[in-house]
Design a protein around this ligand. Structure first.
Ligand SMILES: NC(=O)C1=CN([C@@H]2O[C@H](COP(=O)(O)OP(=O)(O)OC[C@H]3O[C@@H](n4cnc5c(N)ncnc54)[C@H](OP(=O)(O)O)[C@@H]3O)[C@@H](O)[C@H]2O)C=CC1
Ligand SMILES: O=C(CO)[C@H](O)[C@H](O)COP(=O)(O)O
Ligand SMILES: [Zn+2]
Length: 341
């Protein structure tokens, strides 16, 4: 079956290309319905990655956050029209210790190979997870970034010591919002503080115990552990501030992606005996856990609908460009493409 793929061939430039989908294989064919733009997509779209990275990765279809409807399953386990979330991480081996998203051999859609900007996507059957009926699809579209938070918080639970009276999340953007919301659901007895740079964004974190502008943190405040959801140019300041305010032997969970290496005050990491760990991406089990969370706690989906930003119907390449450009201008929220291709 001939399939159309919309690849980024150069910064801000999409082109139509074609590939072949083998209908006689084992893979399930999914037609994307709702796609969501991640900061990682924007770094490719705007040409913010290093030239040698762009030269290696492009042309490539972007987008690793998305849901769709099954078109064809050779085994008949899924029926045409079934709503599913697509898992972008694609392992080629398994390991008893290392999770699928950390195996260096795994490929990731929209980073190592084509993402979901296609008319149809052929996926191994363990790369799709059935969605609950009647779920808000504009929220389900960004299940992937939610599963990243679920994954990081599960790791936090196994790494951070048990004194968890107060935890701080740095970052008042989408990842900060999602992580804060899930943190409150998973650790209801811990006081959660969110630290940001925009009062209007912080006002949306109505479900946390306190919010602070990073330039107005009281000197006597301290936290047992911290989670960094800033990334980019802000990472360095955020990590420094975390090191300043965290209690000895606390754990720092790093989630923000920085394009270039950043200096970190290792002396105080040593003196305070801190643990620092990174989390990136997620695997099938995190998606399954996330979908279970949607089913058991529908109020989480309602809260998440607050961060649905622009919803753009996409019929043409011009519409794709419009969605990415709108996403750049947004103050807050996820940009959703309703994929009519
Ligand atoms: N580890 C993973 O698998 C994943 C990582 N990410 C990464 O996480 C990072 C955040 O993503 P996302 O939330 O979508 O991006 P956003 O841009 O929505 O959020 C970052 C927020 O942090 C704010 N900020 C800037 N400086 C500071 C500071 N010093 N202290 C506190 N807050 C600050 C920004 O404000 P302002 O906009 O005003 O600068 C912005 O609101 C990105 O680097 C992204 O690539 C995302 C998904 C998954
Ligand atoms: O967004 C992410 C996961 O949801 C990761 O940050 C993203 O996968 C990093 O990939 P790349 O190396 O291509 O920037
Ligand atoms: Zn992402």
């Amino acid at each position: 079956m001939l399939n159309t793929v919309y690849r980024l061939t150069a910064p801000r430039h999409f082109e139509v290309e074609f590939n072949e989908i083998d209908l006689f294989g084992e893979q399930v064919v999914v037609r994307p319905t709702h796609l969501s733009i991640c900061n990682a997509d924007q770094r490719y779209y705007q040409g913010k990655r290093a030239p040698e990275v762009l030269a290696k990765k492009l042309p490539m279809a972007l987008i690793h956050e998305g849901i769709g409807e099954v078109v064809y399953d050779p085994k008949g386990e899924f029926q045409p029209g079934d709503a599913v979330v697509m898992v972008p991480n694609t392992p080629t081996e398994s390991d008893d210790i290392v999770s699928e998203n950390y195996l260096r051999s795994s490929k990731f859609r929209g980073s190592g190979f084509d993402g979901f900007m296609q008319d149809n996507v052929a996926l191994d059957r363990d790369r799709i997870v059935r969605l609950p009926e009647n779920i808000d699809k504009t929220v389900a579209a960004f299940t992937e970034i939610i599963s990243v938070s679920v994954h990081a918080l599960s790791r936090f639970d196994s790494i951070a010591h048990q004194r968890r009276e107060s935890v701080g999340i740095w970052g008042d953007g989408n990842l900060g919002f999602i992580t804060a919301l899930l943190f409150k659901a998973m650790f209801p007895d811990t006081k959660l503080y969110v630290f940001g740079v925009n009062q209007d964004k912080l006002d949306d974190f109505s479900f946390v115990d306190e919010t602070y502008l990073v330039r107005e943190i009281p000197d006597d405040l301290s936290i047992d552990h911290a989670i960094e959801c800033v990334g980019g140019d802000g990472s360095q300041k955020a990590i420094q501030q975390i090191i300043d305010f965290i209690n000895p032997e606390g754990t720092i969970s790093i989630l923000g992606v920085s394009e270039y290496p950043i200096p970190v005050e290792t002396r105080m990491i040593l003196e305070k005996g801190l643990r620092m760990f990174g989390s990136s991406r997620s695997g099938r089990k995190d998606f399954v856990k996330t979908v279970e969370l949607f089913e058991k706690n529908p109020e989480i989906v309602d809260y998440l609908s607050n961060i649905v930003g622009a919803v753009v119907e996409v019929n043409t390449i011009k519409d794709m460009t419009k969605a990415f450009e709108l996403d750049i201008q947004k103050a807050f929220g996820k940009t959703i493409m309703v994929w009519k291709k």
